[in-house]
Design a protein around this ligand. Structure first.
Ligand SMILES: [Zn+2]
Ligand SMILES: [Zn+2]
Length: 172
């Protein structure tokens, strides 16, 4: 590029610029440039990059929410039933069931959504876990006493972050 060459924005041919997209190297004006932690990018490249991070398709939200909801419902019912038999030790068992269910639920969910990903999808899975346990928590509070209900709450506190981190692929 010589000094006499005038470069202009690829989207706005009237605007002179020396700024280039760090990904596709096209010239971009200041209103087209999007700042990223590693430099400026054009809008097309930002859109492209977002696509590779968000691979979830619409039915993944239904599958992710549905599976986590149903499995969490079953796991929390187990906690609720166990609470009426073993008394105080249920708090340890509830934590144990939460841990095991977290691994189990996230493995099945990851397979079902074929490891596609997007942040709203991770939230949908976490919401499924919480909402699946909610009717059981409420039911045990009203019919089984606060003791069993508290055990279900312990289960939720343990299982939800496990499912969220495993489905989203965060390495602990
Ligand atoms: Zn670009
Ligand atoms: Zn422009």
């Amino acid at each position: 590029m010589t000094d006499t060459t005038i470069t202009t924005c690829y989207a706005h041919p009237g605007r002179e610029t020396t700024l280039r997209c760090k990904r596709c190297e096209r010239y971009i004006c200041t209103s087209c440039a999007v700042g990223t932690p590693t430099g400026y990018m054009c809008r097309d490249c930002v859109r492209e990059r977002r696509k590779t991070f968000d691979t979830a398709v619409w039915y993944d939200y239904l599958i992710g929410f549905g599976i986590t909801f149903i499995l969490s419902l079953v796991a929390s019912i187990l906690v609720g039933i166990a609470a009426s038999f073993i008394g105080f030790y249920i708090f340890f068992l509830a934590a144990g069931i939460g841990g095991a269910a977290g691994v189990f639920i996230s493995n099945i969910t990851l397979r079902a959504i074929n490891k596609r990903r997007s942040r709203p999808l991770f939230y949908a899975c976490a919401a499924g876990v919480v909402l699946g346990a909610l009717p059981v928590a409420l039911g045990t509070f009203f019919f089984g006493g606060g003791f069993a209900g508290f055990a279900v709450v312990i289960y939720v506190v343990i299982v939800t972050p496990i499912v969220y981190t495993r489905v989203s692929g965060i390495q602990l």
